[in-house]
Design a protein around this ligand. Structure first.
Ligand code: HEC
Length: 97
């Protein structure tokens, strides 16, 4: 590796480092969704929880009572909408946008 290449690499790191750190700060903590979702897997296998938007919509329906339920109606009220979205993200295996 030539000295020139090393300098280019260092310059790239210097420029890329802070930008990357900033990006990480903007991203929500991916573990939060996983932790909240851990409360679901006691009763559910996670494989039926597919599409994120569909799951999120179902959870909101439970929460509002639009969809009658015995357990889920009470349970979904324990989470705010942002938490429900993070849970839906978790089960769909997609990182939060
Ligand atoms: C105490 C057991 C229990 C826990 C914990 C639980 N659920 Fe449920 N879930 C149920 C039951 C029972 C139903 C059927 C609807 C009802 O009667 O509440 C259901 C239904 C659902 C449905 C609809 C399934 C379908 O086929 O349409 C979704 C989605 C769901 N739960 C997601 C979740 C998520 C996400 C969590 C975690 C936040 C969770 N559940 C935690 C028991 C549970």
């Amino acid at each position: 590796m030539s000295a020139r290449t090393i300098w280019l690499l260092l310059a790239g790191l210097a420029a890329g480092g802070p930008a990357l750190a900033q990006l990480h700060q903007q991203l929500p903590d991916p573990l939060l969704g996983r932790n909240w979702a851990a409360g679901c897997t006691g009763c559910h296998a996670s494989d039926w929880l597919s599409g994120r938007d569909a799951l999120y919509a179902t959870l909101l329906d439970f929460k509002s009572g639009r969809r009658p339920a015995t357990v889920m109606q009470q349970l979904s009220r324990g989470y705010d909408d942002e938490q429900l979205r993070a849970i839906a993200d978790h089960f769909s295996g997609r990182p939060a946008p």
